[in-house]
Design a protein around this ligand. Sequence first.
Ligand SMILES: [Zn+2]
Length: 387
Amino acid sequence: MADAIPSPFVDEKTGAIRQFQTLPEKIKGEYLPDAGHIGILGVKLAMLAPMIGGMVVAAPVALGFWALSRLGVTKAVDMVHEKLLLKHKSGDFQEFDFTNPKDRNAFQVKFGAEHPTFVDEYLHLAKAANLQQVPKVFVIEQFFKKEGRATLGGLVSDYMAGTTTRPSGKDPVIMLGKGALKELDAGELRAVVAHEMTHVALDHPKNGVKWLARMPLNGIINASLIVAAIAGPLPLLPVIGVVIASNVVGRALKSIKSRHQEEMCDRGAALMTGGTGDLTTALTKIKTAMVKMKRIETEYQYRSQGLEPPKPAETSWLNRFINASHPSNERRDTLLKDFEKENPQYAAQKRGFFATQFNKAAARLAPPAQKLVSSFVQRFASNSLAA
Ligand SMILES: [Zn+2]
């Protein structure tokens, strides 16, 4: 079959991952939404320009403000990353740096019985993704405690799986909820980690800061337009219309970009692990848990005020299109299945590799721990198409 290597992503000779997305994909999913967003700002600026001496004056002023806010936003995000994650003292999470043998050992002691190969796989995946730095692992325990949410048994961040870096792309961190570590099996956890590492490899956190840094300029332009409309020269209703419409379009562009990024990271996970079904079941577990938590939280809030909680509302298609940060689980599942259909041998081979490693490690565990992982071994046995 011609499916052995999913080119152009994987090197035919070495089997190494060359890229996670093609240039046309990057243009369509990232550059075009950004260009659209900047274009909207340009149009609004052009409306404002005649009142402040034309574009000759307006453009340099706007560019200057943009540059300054980019500096400010970048600095602020960098500080949050450093204070909240790298130099945290809160005890809300446990930090593991897998490049450090001590930390590898500490993780093994805590979670090794359930995830005997996690540390090795993690390092393997970071290498496969060509990351400059191995992301630190943060196991989250009641991260949102300060917001009083821990009253619900610390459920809120239990299923979290996320990643972030400094605005420079350095010092990546992968956050995993304790519940995720408990509930996800080895294959699911591996797929989730591979997805998060693809975010790092593709500089998604860094790009997110760039988008954020345009928001102050957007706000100033909107405010100036409305002032100009109230004070005289511009017609009020059309200006309000433009401000609202540009806001909606801006959000839709951000949503399109974000959903594209998620799809690229899902494929990254499939490329790195071959485990398409694993990611789907992980996503289902995470979503079910999140929905449940949200419901418990809402109910708690209403009941604590003596009110009857409302029935959960369905999100409309349009609302999703404008606001969703992730594609629907159904779409993600379809794309993953397509990947597997196109590259059956490759997927089976990758999965086979991890399955062998896992089964070997599981066999080395002491009997009580063996019992814990036996269900995973079985899952792998039926999953490992390593033929
Ligand atoms: Zn993601």
